[in-house]
Design a binder for this molecule. Sequence first.
Ligand code: NAD
Length: 338
Amino acid sequence: MLTLKCLVTGGAGYIGTHTLIALIEAGLQPVVVDDFRNGSIENIVHAESITGEKIKYYNCNILDRGLHDIFKEEKFDIVLHFAALKSVAESIIHPLDYFENNISGFINLLKNMESVGVKKLVFSSSAAIYSDKAIAPFSENAPVKPVTPYGQTKRIGEKICEDLVNSGAGWQIVSLRYFNPAGAHKSGVIGDKPKFAPTNLFPVLGEVVTGRRTHVDLFGLDYDTKDGSAVRDYIHVMDLSEGHVAAIEWLLRDSINDGSFNIFNLGTGIGTTVCEIIDTYIEISKTKIPIKKCSRRAGDLPIVYANPKRAFDILGWKARRSLTEMVAHDWNFRIRDL
Ligand code: NAD
């Protein structure tokens, strides 16, 4: 069992909260830094009730000077960096906000890590960095050319990580490229419910099935796919969270980690169309989900799914939960809002 102290930036948000559970189950001690712009203390409290462990948290923006005091106080062994803005659509309208938060915030975090000698990091990256020339299934060496400012921030974040590792100053960094995290913890007490209007499919579906939204906007039904809707690699958020534990365990095994910058796709390797997800949701929830056909959305690639082989070969991790579990657990979570 691991007993290390782990800073989780953005640990009150969707993926961060689920990862708190996976970390505690693996014997790690997470400490959250979040400014709660999109996360909540309630999420942390739910993670406490699921795990039976108290979780320390700080209300702090990662751009703030106060971060330094937290690093001096806590003596972290490793950092998981989730805190970021994540809406592809919003990033096209407000690119500066994205560069400030996701790049300047990240640099401030890294400088604080360096100042106290913490050099182990797991970075939250995204499939949004792949080029529209990449052909699914995407392996980690598929061409990278983000088409949106959000994707750019993740690409630049990875470049910074790579340069740090190559500096020879002892940084050990893993970047995890998430495909489409979805679903909820099986307890149904935590899930994906952003404070701002959601753009990801599952929280949008959640608003429709609980009567908070009249319909789902279906962006593009003219893709060259089996039903015309886009294909994505939806991965259960708990599988994704467990991928972080696998990455940490691997980072800590110095003998295996060869000192290079490592990138891993976290996906299932299975492509599912947006229409298939909606049909599965209707079947499981037994609710009506009206759709509105809309034109394609800027920045959306037609077919995106992972080749997750590298994560399995090196980290020993693979997604275990089915699409049915993903939808059923999400529905468990939405029922609370009925
Ligand atoms: P989220 O918005 O639910 O969580 C992010 C958390 O970070 C929030 O609690 C927010 O309050 C906090 N935060 C943001 N900026 C901050 C700052 N400057 N200082 C302190 N706290 C700050 O998002 P999520 O879905 O949990 O995503 C987590 C990470 O995973 C992000 O880096 C995101 O880019 C990445 N990612 C998410 C997806 C997805 O579909 N959800 C896909 C690929 C990558």
